[in-house]
Ligand binder design. Structure first.
Ligand SMILES: [Mg+2]
Length: 366
């Protein structure tokens, strides 16, 4: 029996939720999730772009003002993380129904791995199963996705990216086919090879996975050191990691940030404090709503010259108290603030979240 792993990745997830679930009138249009670009004077960045918007050169992370210039008719929507979380949960639930042992390995809010080695036995081919999963996701969540199928996670993930959106890409199971598939790809096609490693390999004249396939570990050593064995195996398409279910999603943090319409002068400290307090209030409400408590508070400040500082503090006992959160946030802000620079953005984040039900409630004993 061959081992078959599927990697399923939602297509332009945030933008698709807006198009296919929240605003069906936006289907087929260039949609960006992000702040209103205000005819090119708006601030902030594009968080996600529909494929129609990508065709115009817009991508996530791009300033909304630039996106507006590229495509003035693009539609900008604010987006809500809440909606994305709900869609994500529905998507993962469907995968669970198809996965061997019901195990789903979530890689992010919109992508996951499942082992389907047993599940495919009931189908003529793994591709048929992928088609059924894709259709089930489309019918039940209204959302499009792409699927990669391969003998392991590493190759499946690369396969998914080959035919987006709405693609199904099968690689293997013959190890020679897997190797041939990987051969022409750039080294950073591998999940885990980032900018630094890519640059390092480039210095040694190594650009493609095919080159690594043809090298020996001792030949790779000068470039990769202790990472040589790992990259050598991955480049040839070996990855034995089993699919381990990572359980229900628990939010790791809640954050709010605000980019000001105009940079705020350092003297206008009351206004900055007010903004911080408002953000803390919204986070506090959310915590109570979700029955969560925080341990760590992080404040981020970006100045008009784009320099950014960030500072965190943990409190001794978990809390969901808004006024405590406000106090800590303002403290952190004042500790680190540069009194000569105007502020472009401030943000607050709470992390190390725990569920209220999981812990002893201190007040009950006092
Ligand atoms: Mg995606």
């Amino acid at each position: 029996m061959f081992r078959w792993i599927m990697h399923i990745d939602m297509d332009a997830f945030f933008a698709s939720v807006e198009q296919y679930r929240n605003h069906p009138e936006l289907v087929g249009q260039a949609v960006c999730v992000g702040h209103d670009p205000k005819k090119g004077t708006g601030r902030g960045v594009v968080r996600a772009a529909s494929y129609e918007a990508r065709a115009k050169g817009i991508h996530s992370g791009m300033p909304v003002s630039q996106a507006y210039r590229l495509c003035p008719e693009a539609i900008f929507v604010g987006g809500s993380f809440e909606n994305y979380s709900i869609a994500s949960d529905e998507f993962m639930e469907i995968l669970r129904e198809f996965a061997d042992g019901g195990s789903v390995r979530r890689a992010s809010i919109d992508e996951a791995y499942i082992d389907v080695s047993e599940a495919v036995q009931l189908y003529d081919s793994p591709r048929d199963l992928a088609l059924e999963i894709q259709e089930e996701i489309r019918v039940r969540t209204s959302l499009p996705c792409s699927i990669g199928i391969a003998p392991n996670m590493s190759v499946a993930k690369i396969a998914t990216g080959m035919n987006k959106p709405r693609g199904i890409t099968l690689v293997g199971p013959d190890p020679l086919d897997v190797e041939k598939f990987l051969e022409p790809l750039p080294v950073d096609a591998l999940n885990g090879v980032g900018r630094k490693t890519t640059e390092r390999l480039q210095k040694f004249g190594i650009e493609t996975l095919g080159q690594i396939q043809r090298m020996t570990i001792p030949e790779l050593w000068p470039a990769m050191g202790r990472g040589s064995v790992w990259i050598h195996r991955r480049a040839r398409g070996f990855d034995e990691r089993p699919i381990i279910d990572n359980g229900p999603r628990i939010r790791k943090s809640i954050s709010k940030d605000r980019t000001f319409m105009e940079d705020v002068e350092p003297e206008n400290v009351n206004y900055l404090h007010e903004s911080l307090e408002k953000m803390c209030k919204r986070i506090g409400d959310k915590l109570v709503n979700k029955a969560l408590r925080f341990r760590t508070v992080t404040v981020k400040v970006r100045y008009s010259d784009y320099s950014t500082i960030q500072r965190s503090r943990s409190i001794p006992v978990e809390s969901d108290d808004t006024s405590l959160l406000q106090k800590v946030a303002i403290d952190l802000f004042e500790q680190k603030r540069n009194h000569n620079k105007s502020v472009r953005l401030i943000g607050v984040k709470v992390s190390q979240l725990t569920e209220v039900s999981e812990q002893l409630c201190l007040t009950e004993f006092m």
